[in-house]
Design a protein around this ligand. Structure first.
Ligand code: NAD
Length: 505
């Protein structure tokens, strides 16, 4: 990505643009405008107008449009996967896989929005028994979505599809590394709704993202790095705009002594190396019970034979999409080695000009950056632990809390529950991301708010509570006519209801 900034506002001045480059070879993939503050505001104004139409459709009508879009994406999946391959460098198969998951999420959100968000009767309780109570979840209006480049379809779709299904219109600012993918998504949706501004894209750099944060949006869903997330929150605070922050992670994979070692090694290798390690929910740390540590290492090194990064068809790992990340990956490997880690695969020379070869380090000191900070490269830090308690406490000794995995035959669920993170897979990796009913999001420095599932739909709404009086109350409480006799009856009733020593069964 290179930018040609022309910050002049003169009407016939050249439009400021930036280039999207192929990270595998530096080739130009496309040139896109840098949307100014005024252009972002105009897009949001169009979205606000379109919300009058989209937000007033029935759930079934919106679902029909979303399901048509899903079919369009499915039919043109090869085209979108190729564009993602060009912009991110990831292999075609990996590009297709994230689109497959995104398609499933669009379908789920479309089909379930009414059930989750539509009016529900709730009990009014004894004190208010004369009331009929309902709750429903109303669209917020216009949602701003800011996305990263590592999963340019799947990640923003977790916000876009759910926000749209809930009845909002969306203005999407894709990463400057993947503007083409973002534009493709907006263009195809536009075909489905005959040009209405229900899903629009504004392309640009950080400043365009900042403009979206301060625009007249009703919520801002951000996915990206923690430091940028803080800037997004600060900008959104100006208008009290609520935010969702989906930030980075330092996920661990835990291997118990009774685990299927071959499957655990396979999962750790894929969880750590796929997408060149550029996965928010990727495996970065592995804690293996010391009794099976040697067996695990032999297995993973055997499975890693032939696995390499490159641009040719035989390479299963693509380039590092963002050139500035290369220095960070190298610094983490160097820091681990300098502090005493053992190199089992790859190592100090693994970081090239565009590609990083798979690197596995063991006995990595817990205070090295390879353990404490998000590396976002194809590296794994694998350490032995004396017990599962130690694996859990080391896993939790991080400021992040996004996801993780556990391999254990007997204790999988028990261990999973003790991990302070938003999502855990037992005996697999990343499985939760493909289950549309499950909420996706983190705690701590990994952010807050949830996409996917019922929680993800509600995230883009506000709860609306309504009580309707069915009949006159037995005791009129909300009136100045209430007398001492009624107060006495109220005291008796509340004592009967809550004065006993009964505890919950
Ligand atoms: P980034 O923070 O550099 O950029 C993310 C987006 O924010 C881009 O569109 C960028 O243009 C925009 N941006 C930059 N400055 C901004 C500003 N001041 N105001 C508003 N927007 C601004 O992140 P990235 O490098 O694109 O993505 C990688 C990061 O994303 C990693 O940390 C990864 O873990 C995280 N991630 C998290 C999840 C998740 O769901 N938790 C998913 C994917 C990626």
């Amino acid at each position: 990505m290179t930018a040609t900034l022309e910050p002049t506002a003169a009407p016939d001045a050249p439009v400021a643009t930036f280039d999207s480059l192929n990270p595998a070879n530096g080739d130009l993939v496309g040139t896109y405008p840098i949307a100014s503050k005024a252009e972002v505001d105009a897009a949001v104004a169009r979205a606000r107008e379109a919300a009058g139409w989209w937000g007033n459709l029935t759930f079934a009508e919106r679902a029909e449009h979303l399901l048509t879009w899903r079919s369009v994406i499915t039919r043109r999946i090869a085209q979108l996967a190729h564009l993602s391959h060009l912009e991110t460098g990831k292999p075609h198969g990996d590009a297709q896989l994230e689109i497959v998951l995104a398609i499933d999420h669009i379908a789920w959100a479309a089909k379930n929005a009414k059930k989750v968000l539509g009016p529900h009767k709730v009990s009014s309780g004894l004190l208010m028994a004369n009331q009929a109570s309902t709750v429903e979840y109303k669209a917020l209006g216009v949602v701003g979505v800011i996305g990263p480049w590592n999963y340019p379809v799947f990640t923003p779709m977790g916000s876009i599809a759910y926000a749209l299904a809930a009845g909002n219109t969306v203005v999407f600012k894709p990463s400057e590394y993947t503007p083409g993918v973002g534009q493709w998504l907006a263009d195809t949706f536009s075909e489905v709704v005959h040009g209405r501004a229900v899903l629009q894209v504004v392309t640009g750099l950080g400043e365009t993202g900042n403009a979206l944060c301060t625009a007249d949006v009703d919520k801002l869903a951000f996915t990206g790095s923690g430091p940028t997330g803080k800037k997004v929150m600060a900008a959104c605070a100006q208008n009290l705009t609520p935010v969702i922050i989906e930030a980075g992670g330092k996920d661990s994979l835990i291997v118990d002594e009774d685990a299927d070692i071959s499957k655990a090694a396979e999962a750790a290798l894929w969880g750590g190396m796929s997408n060149a390690g550029q996965t928010c929910i990727g495996t970065e740390r592995v804690y293996v019970h010391e009794r099976v540590f040697d067996q695990f290492m032999a297995e993973i090194l055997d499975q890693a034979k032939g696995l390499r990064a490159g641009a040719d068809a035989g390479a299963k790992i693509g380039p590092i999409t963002m050139p500035s990340q290369l220095g960070i990956i190298k610094s983490h490997i160097d820091d681990a080695i300098a502090k005493g880690a053992t190199v089992a695969l790859g190592g100090a020379d693994a970081v090239g000009e565009r590609f990083v070869q798979p690197t596995i380090l063991t006995h990595v000191p817990e205070d090295s950056t390879e353990i404490t900070e998000e590396t976002f490269g194809p590296t794994l830090a694998i350490n032995p632990v004396a017990s599962m308690d130690e694996a859990i406490s080391r896993t939790n000794a991080t400021a992040y809390g996004l996801a993780g995995a556990v391999f254990s035959k007997k204790q999988g669920m028990e261990i999973a529950r003790q991990i302070r993170s938003g999502m855990t897979s037992v005996n697999s990796v990343i499985a939760f991301a493909g289950v549309p009913t499950l909420p996706f999001g983190g705690v701590g420095q990994s952010g807050f708010g949830r996409i996917h599932g019922p929680d993800g739909l509600k995230e883009f709404t506000y709860a609306k509570a309504i009580t309707r009086q069915k009949f006159k109350p037995v005791m009129m409480l909300t009136s100045f006519t209430r007398d001492a006799k009624t107060d006495g009856k109220v005291a008796t009733l509340i004592t009967l209801m809550h004065g006993g020593k009964k505890t919950l069964k």
